[in-house]
Every structure is written in C-alpha cells, then in structure tokens.
Ligand binder design. Structure first.
Ligand code: ADP
Ligand code: ADP
Length: 226
C-alpha cells in the first residue's frame, strides 16, 4: 500500500541547515493503522507532509499503491495538527465537510447526506449550518476529522488529530476512527506524542529518534478493534 524508502529531508542549506529526516524506510500494508511517535520536533510532521506530497523530500522515495508520490494523491486525506487553518471560514461547517466530496462521483444530495452522517458521528450535527469561527477549537478539530472520514480515503494521514479535545471526546474520536477504518478498510498513519493512545489505537507503533529522525522501534501491538 505504502512504501517509503530512504526518505531524507533537510530544511535550508549550509551551516543553518536542519536535518529533519535521516533516512526513513517504512512499509505499511493495506488496512493497517500505524501510529508514529517520537520526541517533539523530531520530524514527524515532516514525514507526514512528505507522504502527502505537500513537501518535496531531499532524498528517497514515497510509493503509494505502486505509484511514486510527486503531488497530493486523490485518494488521500489529511487531518492537520493546525485545524484552525484547515477549514474555510466563509463556508458553513456542512459545506466544509462536503467540499472534497466533489472529487467523487456523488451528486449534491449524496454529498450533503455523507457530510451530515460524518458530522453526526463526531457529535456535531447541530453545528452543520454554523461557520467554523463560531465553534470552539475542539469543535473545529472535530469538523476536520468529520471531513476526512466522510471522504473515505484509502490512505488517511492524521497529525496529532485529538490534541485539543477533552478526554472523553478524545476516547470517542479514537473509537470512531477505529470503527470507520475497519468498516471502510482504510489505511491510517497517525502521529501522536501520547504513548497510551498509540498502543490503544495502533496495530503498530513506529518510534522515531530525535532529529534527524530515524526509525528506532517498530512494534506490533495488535489489540482487537472495539
Ligand atoms: P515534529 O512534527 O516531530 O514535532 P516537525 O517535522 O514539525 O517535527 O519538525 C522537525 C524539525 O524541522 C523541527 O526542528 C522544526 O523546527 C524544523 N522545521 C519544520 N518545518 C521547517 C521549515 N519550514 N523550515 C525550517 N525548519 C523547519
Ligand atoms: P470541545 O472542545 O469538546 O468542543 P469546549 O469546552 O470547547 O468543548 O466547548 C463546550 C461546548 O460549549 C461546546 O460543545 C459548544 O456547545 C459550546 N461552545 C464552546 N465554544 C463555543 C463557541 N465559540 N461558539 C458556540 N458554542 C461554543
């Protein structure tokens, strides 16, 4: 499904250069949920942006479904850590969630009902007609998650997706993510700094070293899905 070989990334050049990725090799099978953990600033987001085709790596290769990634693939969705910049402020919550579905073979009615279903799953059906700026940070984050889940990508990349919600909501969103991925056979890469979370939601936990990030651990945890 996903094959990363000898991926490196360096920001800048000369004496101020920062080596973020120091040669990452990773294979992810279809349907796997892989959590990526590592110290703050080690290069986790850099890795995710390289996989998403949002950042051109300095070296190495990302192959997704047999094709080298050189732009953002259609069959991919990303939940960014900075949810506050990921929703369009001039569009309602429902329109934000249904927008990416235009890339699919769905009419307006189908897009609307898929968006409403996803909003219901994150407990925000009542906020469909609101605008992102009318919602709390945690609610905006849930809208971003709803948008990604509604899209049903074959690969979902999540960067600290549950960071600014309360503990109960976090557990609900973790369980929701597990249910949706089993039901639609999604492959998920999830970045977290929470080891408990990684062991709970992941089939596998990949541990990165300090920058330049290298894989220093790759553990199967394989808890049964709830
Ligand atoms: P993590 O997600 O693990 O916290 P990042 O991938 O965001 O780490 O960043 C890795 C390192 O690269 C950090 O030290 C960060 O300061 C640096 N970095 C990230 N983006 C840039 C950039 N655009 N230019 C220069 N340095 C960057
Ligand atoms: P969460 O982060 O889980 O969304 P918050 O503690 O931020 O929870 O908000 C709790 C509740 O307060 C929300 O479910 C919502 O009903 C309401 N709320 C918070 N901020 C706003 C806001 N800016 N506009 C409207 N309702 C809000």
């Amino acid at each position: 499904m996903l094959e990363i070989s000898n991926l490196t990334h360096t920001y800048g050049s000369g004496p101020g250069a920062h080596h973020a990725l120091g040669g990452i090799d990773l294979k992810v099978a279809e349907g796997e949920l892989v959590c990526i953990v590592g110290p703050s600033g080690c290069g986790k987001s850099t890795l995710l942006r390289s996989i998403a085709g949002l950042l051109r790596p300095t070296g190495g290769k990302v192959v997704l479904g047999g094709t080298a990634v050189d732009r953002t693939p259609d069959d991919l969705a990303v939940v960014f850590q900075d949810y506050s910049r990921s929703l369009f402020p001039w569009m309602s919550v429902a329109d934000n969630v249904s927008l990416p579905l235009r890339r699919k073979d769905m009419d307006k009615k189908q897009r609307r009902s898929a968006a409403m279903e996803a909003l219901e799953q994150v407990g925000l059906e009542g906020a469909a007609a609101k605008y992102p700026w009318q919602l709390s940070g945690g609610m905006q984050q849930r809208v971003s998650i709803a948008r990604a889940l509604a899209y049903r990508p074959s690969l979902l990349l999540m960067d600290e997706p549950f960071g600014s919600v309360d503990a109960q909501t976090r557990e609900d969103l973790e369980d929701l993510t597990l249910r949706v991925r089993s039901h639609h056979n999604m492959t998920i890469l999830l970045i977290t700094h929470d080891i408990d979370e990684s062991v709970y939601v992941g089939d596998r936990v990949v541990v990165l070293s300090k920058a330049p990030a290298r894989i220093v651990g790759d553990l199967r945890v394989d808890l049964p899905a709830p």
